[in-house]
Design a protein around this ligand. Structure first.
Ligand code: FE
Length: 200
């Protein structure tokens, strides 16, 4: 089996956000799919290590900001490589509120969806939520970003490093050491060992 095959599946990039007890948080996800048209329902998957996953479970609501091709790497760092347990990601960050009063991003966002969770499924590392779309609007109307566009044009290109070890191909995090532990999880983007390459 060649796990690289799974990289041939195309994805977009999104900020999933929610709010519970005045705590707002959002994180980067790549799994959003419309599954029915009447009613309009989507499924999303969120890594359980993300605080946003807990907040979606508690509130039963989620907003999706569909990111555009103009999105800078700094936005992925801000929402993807740090935890809302340590900082408030929406302080001094441009956002507006959906009709359910969930935050969505106003910059680099082509459109947003406001959703109510219908059911959730425990997938082990991730939770999958089935949600009905209660509102959605176009914001910038720019081209939505795909995961392959991110890898080609947004993620900083690898520079030759004097560090020895393993590099996360998703975010660029470097694990220093000869052998990568088999259960290692990237501390920035939460991807596993299959997304690390040895620095030669
Ligand atoms: Fe990473």
């Amino acid at each position: 089996m060649n796990p690289q095959v799974l990289h041939q599946i195309s994805y977009g990039l999104y900020v999933a956000a929610s709010k519970h007890d005045k705590k707002m948080n959002g994180c980067i996800i790549n799994t959003v799919m419309q599954v029915t048209d009447n009613p309009k329902q989507i499924i999303i998957a969120v890594n359980k290590q993300n605080l946003t996953c807990d907040i979606i479970e508690k509130s039963g609501m989620v907003s999706i900001s569909i990111l555009s091709e103009t999105t800078p790497f700094s936005l992925f760092e801000h929402f993807g490589f740090q935890s809302g347990r340590n900082i408030d990601k929406f302080v001094n960050y441009p956002f507006a509120l959906t009709p359910q009063e969930l935050p969505y991003l106003t910059d680099h966002t082509t459109a947003y969806l406001d959703c109510k969770v219908i059911s959730s499924y425990n997938l082990g590392t991730h939770m999958m939520f089935l949600a009905v779309v209660t509102d959605c609007e176009i914001i910038s109307g720019e081209k939505p970003i795909t995961y392959s566009f991110y890898h080609e044009y947004v993620k900083p290109q690898q520079t030759s490093s004097s560090k020895k070890g393993w590099r996360c191909v998703i975010c660029g995090y470097i694990y220093e050491g000869e052998e990568l532990p088999p259960d290692f999880i990237c501390p920035w983007c939460k991807h596993g060992v299959e997304d690390f390459e040895k620095i030669e």
